[in-house]
Design a protein around this ligand. Structure first.
Ligand SMILES: [Fe+2]
Length: 431
């Protein structure tokens, strides 16, 4: 009898913890939008960008579709038309509004999206209260997935609004940034790894996306990894050495993109009589040479590495080097929303610095399935698996990534030419 009572108490505590986490994630999204006007929240500045309002509604649709409609017989859908508007890419969940036209949706209004969020959040809370243990067991894992999904969209809200504001000649600031930390750039040290037969991929019972597993063996030749990411100052040297005018550094597709797009510098950089400036979520300011380089494509990361006589790390090298490094750093909870120069760390250490936070780091690895990967059946199986083509893996997390969202095995991915993510690069070389 005592055991049953204890189990019940454990179950209740677990439900309360899951619900508290859900409610905190929902509040975090709403806090990010609180800085923005309804007009700001409706703009789509390019096809890759979605309006803030759309992110807030789509993450809500995810819980409505994959949790409430499946596990709560009493749930009343808020508006049946929203399934068409706010389904992102799930073929199994039905037809949807074209992605490049999300900025045309003046309706539903920001207020109605807010009411939709409240309706769904309250229904999830009711489910947590009333569901049988059998139902809750299935619903809880999807609620957890929905929370991690919403955190991914929190980063997208910041990436996307930065682009929206950058194309406005007024260059509005999203927030008043904390004071800039000025520190000299650390010399580019190197840390050696013996390699050999190692394992990568998620281990243990904590949450991970399906693309992080199965854990498997990989052979690594000896290699060295840069002790810090490439800085803006490093990259200015590449630009000044004709980096964007010399095809010998570029992959063929990269050089074609440089010419077609007229690239001369990373996204958000501008050069005038006073030198380089960059657009940040705190507005435009002078470039800090010590700060990690950000807003480059895979092509630019690769060209820089060739110019420097080095290469990009593979994702297995990166994960092996990051294993055991505390997952702390400049994440979104610091409220900077911008990479920050490393400071206070000793030279010549054996642990690479800034392995987590600041900027995502492009790797040399294509985004493909790990050995024995199988996508889940049904719509949820579309979450990651169907994108394993024509994209490259990034590791690390950035200054706009929610704290606690990433881990050493986390795999982000973008197409080779994407620049609006907070992406930089860390060099590697053969050992
Ligand atoms: Fe999504």
């Amino acid at each position: 009898m005592l055991d049953i009572t204890a189990q019940r108490q454990d179950g209740t505590a677990a439900r309360q913890a899951a619900l508290a986490r859900f409610e905190a994630v929902r509040r975090d999204s709403e806090a990010l939008a609180a800085n923005l006007t309804p007009e700001d929240q409706s703009i789509q500045s390019m096809p890759d960008v979605s309006p803030t309002k759309w992110h807030l509604a789509h993450t809500t649709w995810f819980f409505e579709t994959f949790v409430l409609s499946r596990f709560d017989d009493d749930y009343r859908v808020y508006d049946p038309a929203f399934a068409y508007l706010f389904n992102s890419y799930y073929e199994a969940a039905g037809p949807r509004h074209p992605r490049p036209e999300r900025g045309l949706l003046s309706r539903p209004t920001v207020d109605i999206v807010g009411a939709y969020r409240d309706h769904v959040s309250a229904a999830v809370a009711r489910l947590a209260e009333r569901a049988t243990d059998r139902v809750w067991c299935q619903a809880a894992s999807l609620i957890e997935l929905g929370c991690h999904h919403e955190q991914q969209h929190q980063e997208l809200i910041l990436m996307d609004i930065k682009h929206v504001f950058s194309v406005n000649p007024l260059e509005p600031a999203y927030h008043a940034p904390p004071p800039q930390i000025v520190a000299p750039a650390a010399a580019l040290g190197w840390i050696g790894f013996a390699g050999g037969l190692v394992e990568i991929g998620h281990r243990g019972n904590s949450f991970a996306f399906d693309n992080e597993g199965p854990r498997h063996k990989v052979w690594l030749e000896p290699f060295r990894l840069a002790a810090r990411p490439v800085t803006c100052g490093d990259y200015v040297e590449f630009i000044n050495d004709g980096g964007y005018r010399r095809p010998e550094f570029w992959l063929s597709d990269g050089w074609a993109t440089v010419r077609a797009e007229g690239w001369e510098a990373p996204l958000y950089w501008r050069h005038d009589d006073n030198g380089w400036s960059i657009f940040t979520l705190g507005g435009r300011r002078r470039l800090d040479p010590a700060e990690p380089l950000c807003h480059i494509s895979f092509f630019e990361a690769d060209a820089f590495a060739k110019w420097a006589g080095r290469r990009l790390p593979t994702e297995a090298e990166w994960e092996f080097a990051a294993d055991g490094v505390p997952v702390t750093g400049n994440f979104a909870d610091r409220g900077r929303f911008h990479p920050c120069a490393a400071f206070g760390a000793a030279e010549g250490g054996t642990v690479p610095r800034q392995m987590f936070g600041d900027v995502w780091e492009w790797t040399a690895s294509p985004y493909i399935a790990y050995p024995r990967f199988r996508a889940a059946a049904g719509a949820i199986g579309e979450y990651n698996g169907k994108f394993m083509c024509n994209q490259m893996v990034l590791r690390c997390g950035a200054a706009v990534t929610p704290a606690g969202h990433v881990r050493a095995s986390y795999r982000n991915f973008f197409p080779h030419s994407a620049r609006w993510a907070f992406a930089g690069v860390r060099l590697a070389e053969d050992g």
